[in-house]
Design a protein around this ligand. Structure first.
Ligand code: SF4
Ligand code: SF4
Ligand code: FES
Length: 287
């Protein structure tokens, strides 16, 4: 195995040849902010289109700044991750992204859980100095997923998930320049595409561009209506996923807790989809 030795923020770092500057920095506890980059470590899949440029760093002897997520570390490199030039560049890049982003954080489904919002806070952006044309895409409502491409930052994580992980191929980057967007083929609605509503693209979208359809308020209204018998039927995966959401070890089953909690919320009947889900899987396997 071949190694390279370099210096990052005055720290000596030794990493395997072919390691990115980002990973080299993180291996010694140096944080470089990222937006489009995403690593699915256990699957050995990385999304690094180098599109957002939030991760730029200064490399001694190099004229322009280097995107840390998609630039390999080399022997004798001297890297600075937090100079004024770097910090100003990151802030400028973020302001440019925000200059074509709707400012509706207060009512956005992703508010409080949005990587773009967190980054603006982290980089101290309090003003947007750039004004220009804004995207005006039509919102795409499918039975499970809402696409609001005005909020897309072209990180292409969804495209990677849909193609490389789920191998469905419903989402692709189309068009160029300001018109570039991630979309189903021929910019058709998601409902008409090959999308299976697995939701993996929604899970990795850093902004409110992809969100799930939320029926929470209808459920609350139904539970509050004494004339209604309210029945709930849960999908099998929820029994494990819910535990993780509440901080339990991934894979922990919370079947009993789930049923008890739903009854306490006011549901009259709680059904589990075990048998029907097994049938579906058998049918899918046959197909
Ligand atoms: S929900 Fe549809 S578009 Fe999203 S990853 Fe799954 S198949 Fe692809
Ligand atoms: S829809 Fe979301 S995940 Fe996909 S490219 Fe846009 S911001 Fe990234
Ligand atoms: S995180 Fe490196 S270019 Fe986006």
């Amino acid at each position: 195995m071949e190694f390279v030795n370099l210096t990052i923020d005055n720290k000596s770092v030794k990493v395997e040849k072919g390691t990115s500057i980002l990973k080299a920095a993180r291996s010694v506890g140096i944080d470089i902010p990222t937006l489009c980059y995403m690593s699915l470590g256990d699957m050995n899949i990385e999304n690094k289109p180098g599109g957002c440029r939030i991760c730029v760093v200064e490399v001694e002897g190099r004229r322009n700044l280097a995107p840390a997520c998609c630039t390999d570390a080399h022997t004798d490199m001297v890297i600075k991750t937090n100079t004024m030039r770097v910090l100003n560049a990151r802030r400028t890049v973020l302001e440019l992204i925000l200059s074509d982003h709707p400012a509706d954080c207060l009512i956005c489904a992703k508010s409080g859980n949005c990587e773009l919002q967190t980054m603006a806070h982290k980089l101290g952006v309090r003003e947007i100095h750039y004004k220009g044309e804004m995207s005006t895409y039509k919102e795409d409502f499918s039975p499970s997923i809402i696409r609001d491409m005005d909020k897309c930052i072209m990180c292409r994580r969804c495209e990677m998930m849909c193609n490389e992980v789920q191998t469905v191929g419903a989402l692709w980057g189309v068009n160029r320049g300001f018109q570039a967007v991630v979309s189903p083929a021929f910019e058709m609605d998601l409902e008409k595409s090959t999308c299976t509503y697995c939701g993996q693209c929604v899970a990795v979208c850093p902004t409110g561009a992809l969100t799930e359809v939320d029926h929470t308020n209808q459920v609350i209204r139904a539970l509050a209506d004494p004339s209604k018998t309210v029945v709930v039927q849960t999908a099998p995966a929820v029994r494990a996923a819910l535990g993780e959401e509440f901080g339990l070890k991934p894979g922990t089953l919370v079947t009993g807790k789930l049923a008890a909690a739903l009854r306490r919320l006011g549901f009259n009947f709680v059904f589990d989809t075990d048998f029907a889900a097994d049938l579906t899987i058998m049918e899918e396997g046959t197909e």
